[in-house]
Design a protein around this ligand. Sequence first.
Ligand code: UD1
Length: 421
Amino acid sequence: MERLVIRGGRRLSGTVKISGAKNAVLPVIAATLLGQDNVTCLDEVPNLDDVRTISEILRTLGVKVRHDIANNKLFVDATTIENITAPYDIVRRMRASFLIMGPLLARLGRAKISLPGGCAIGTRPIDLHLKGLEALGAKISIGHGYIDATTPNGLKGAQIYLDFPSVGATENILMAASMAQGQTVIENPAQEPEIVDLANYLNIMGANIRGAGTNVIKVEGANKLIARDYTIIPDRIEAGTYMIAAAMTRGDVYIANAISEHLKPVIAKLKEAGVSVMEDVDGIRVVGNGRPRAVDIKTLPYPGFPTDMQAQFMAMLTIAEGTSMVTETVFENRFMQVDELRRMGAKIKIDGRTSVVEGQDKLTGCQVKATDLRAGAAIVLAALVAEGETQVGYIHHIDRGYDNLVQKLVSLGADIKRVDS
Ligand code: UD1
């Protein structure tokens, strides 16, 4: 099993280029299932395990997928789809696999998908996805670990109110509604930049979606969508992770390609902590000025502070001056990084959905494990400033969502390597 070996204490400096967004590329790859007539070429596709997983799912459906990793391009030929079943063996690895439900229903009128797995961060039901698809006319039955959905009378536009602005549910509904008959209105949808990216891509394919990124989305169904090329937006969570690396190591890093508009709450909180953040049209420069100050954060759906940055921000707060409160409202059980950070000397108390972090002068390196994707990123950040050597195990979690992490950190001056144990 591979692990990361990190020696802390290096100040990071230089430029790092952000890759395409994991959470944008996964729904866009699912949406390629809607594209007829041509081969799709997606650009800025990151080299991630999650991309390999969704590609494997498409291949089980009989779709041709080729990832040109050297050029960040992914080619998908979905002109014919031979199969409608996504099996447990693949789906259990990644919850986002469920995103193929909407497109398969729209294109073929049937989808059979194993109940999803993914990170162990809370119960993560899929009731909102199913409620939305049922409102559009899908008939759903659940048995033997599979969700079997059909559209006996086709998909018809509907008025859908989401009880919670779920990202995945909004995406599944958007993709299904793009080919439903008539108008769909989604109230209280997710407003994340990845929703806007998916809507832009669907519109290029011939869909008619207005309002993505606001609290009401309107979709006029189209009869047919045509495969088109598309470039994925930069990953705001990867960018945020490098911003914190710069702040924690008292470094000076230019995060090229980052879109500051997508990172407003992270930038605001870093500034509040005393970190210098300078934004321009091509990226963001972050300069760490000594020890950061304690700040409180609370995760919320976009445009609030992203839950996917909570663990990394907490890593920074473990070495801040003073005591911070970190409140997680989006997921239950998303403090998986806490035990590992404690092993490194962090002082953190958990009280329900809030953690109280008492900043320490220093952390110390030891053996730790990545317990999920973002918790893994938090451990790596802590290791960059910890005294001595840290060994991080279970790094397959990190490989799900960080393109070239080791090489990017090495290019900034970090002492990090990947070793086979
Ligand atoms: C997506 C992101 C993930 C991010 C999350 C929140 C992708 C591939 N993943 O996940 O990185 O952390 O958004 O920003 O884009 N919920 C329900 N019923 C549902 C669906 C969700 O109760 O049918 C709940 C979940 O349990 C959770 C909350 O809603 O508590 C947010 O989930 P959701 O926005 O759906 O996240 P994902 O789309 O799974």
